[in-house]
Design a protein around this ligand. Structure first.
Ligand SMILES: [Zn+2]
Length: 445
């Protein structure tokens, strides 16, 4: 039996350092002063590994609730360059250049992206797979990858009709085929459909398919500055009536940044009733939206603060890494969080203290992970360690993730040392004691 005790962890909301006993990949015991307590109980720790976290902040792993793993690293393909920087040209460029995809090629790019995300503390990803392709190449690749990488990361896959359910020939049937093949979620893109009626029909189809197949829902919803794009209202009403609001996510909802408050007031009631989730991609939409504006120029972000204040769950996503929609993106969710806090103007002491929720528990709620997520006894021992000693400093410093543990196994450990001959810099930059870890148990676990 592989046993490890992680000591001196800082948990948000706890004043005393916490210890975690992990046996066979599961949190067995969590609390203060565990080593003397276990010794007093006659617990044999001779073969256990002891890892001193030296007061670093420990968190449940990050969730990236909106990503397109099939698109990553395609921005420099011939013909893929998006010269207008708009969402719609991105869709056009992708559509024009996707015919040469192969399963192995998609998997190769996606593997690299997953590695980058894991390095930044992500252990749960919801990826969309474009199914507006009769060969379903992206979906087949990502289904294989979900299984191949399950020890590193939990991947959920959305059967996503990038070019429309009803504007692409056979789109709705391809979405359904994707569900039969094993996708976790029904996807849609109503604001991209050729007309309002097609968009509305796609919302009805989405909820019907989710109910029939017992799947989650994640809709690219109102990703436009047009305040008249109001599919989120229909989605909430339909999912709420079906009793599957908590299994449903509206991604992007940029139009709420343009809508007036009377509509939002009405919508808030509906959303509370449905208990629907939101996924926001702040960097991506900051870049893509407002492209038809001169000045003032809209910033493309949904109402993260107002939704949060109304008790509605909001999580965050990287969305893109070097694809026809967005030329940057490295999987560092602390950057995504930083943008969200700025764009949504969320910097009260309470909002900063709770900011990591947007990447953790809120993400888990969006992904419908229920009680299996989080640092608690009986759960899989999945957690990350940040290069900070409390939540404020983690957000303030955009702290690096310096360790990621999954099923009790350390996936990586990072150390930063600063050498400087300048006394003033030395005094301020080299205060942290390094964390200790025995290398042999990494292999044994
Ligand atoms: Zn997206």
């Amino acid at each position: 039996m592989a046993t490890t005790v992680f000591t001196n962890a800082a948990f948000r909301g706890c004043t005393e350092p916490q210890d975690m006993l992990i046996e066979d990949g599961v949190f067995r015991m969590i609390g203060t002063h565990l080593l003397p307590k276990l010794a007093a109980q006659g617990y044999d720790l001779r073969d256990a590994s002891i890892v001193d976290l030296t007061g670093h902040l420990v968190s449940a792993p990050f969730c990236d609730t909106h990503l397109h793993l099939d698109y990553v690293f395609t921005s420099r393909k011939p013909g893929a360059a998006n010269t207008s920087g708009t969402l719609f040209e991105g869709i056009q460029r992708w559509g024009e250049t996707k015919s040469d995809l192969t399963v192995d090629e998609v998997k190769g790019r996606a593997r690299k992206a997953v590695a980058m995300e894991v390095r930044h503390g992500v252990q749960y990803i919801r990826t969309h797979a474009d199914v507006t392709d009769p060969r379903l190449t992206s979906l087949r690749a990502l289904l294989e990858l979900r299984e191949e990488l399950k020890d590193l990361v939990t991947i959920q896959i959305v059967s996503f009709p990038q070019e429309g359910m009803y504007s692409y020939e056979g789109g709705a049937e391809l979405v359904e085929e994707g569900l039969r093949m094993g996708a976790d979620c029904v996807g849609a893109i109503p604001h991209y459909e050729a007309c309002r009626e097609f968009g509305e029909r796609s919302m009805h189809t989405t909820v019907e398919l989710a109910s029939r197949y017992g799947k989650l829902i994640d809709v690219h919803c109102d990703e436009t500055d047009d305040p008249n794009s109001r599919y989120v209202e229909l989605l909430a009403a339909l999912a709420g009536a079906e009793g599957i609001g908590t299994m449903t996510t509206a991604s992007h909802t940029c139009s709420l940044g343009s809508a007036d408050n009377s509509y939002f007031f009405h919508l808030t009631k509906l959303l509370r009733h449905a208990r629907m989730n939101f996924a926001c991609a702040p960097t991506e939409n900051l870049y893509l939206q407002g492209r038809q504006d001169t000045f003032p120029k809209r910033r493309g972000i949904t109402r993260v603060k107002e939704l949060t204040d109304a008790g509605i769950n909001v999580s965050l996503g990287q969305d893109s890494m070097q694809d026809p929609w967005y030329p940057l993106g490295n999987g560092n969710m602390m950057i995504i969080l930083d943008y969200a806090l700025h764009l949504a103007q969320m910097m009260t002491p309470h909002e900063i203290e709770c900011a990591l929720d947007l990447l953790t528990v809120n993400g888990a709620t969006t992904l419908h992970l229920s009680d299996t997520y989080g640092i608690k006894e009986g759960n899989a021992a999945n957690f990350i360690v940040l290069d900070a000693h409390n939540a404020f400093d983690a957000v303030y410093e955009r702290a690096d993730v310096v360790m990621s543990v999954r099923d009790g196994r350390t996936m990586f450990q990072a150390t930063t040392t600063v050498d400087t001959p300048v006394p003033m810099l030395a005094e301020h930059l080299s205060t942290d004691a390094p964390m200790t870890a025995a290398p042999d148990w990494l292999i044994r676990a």
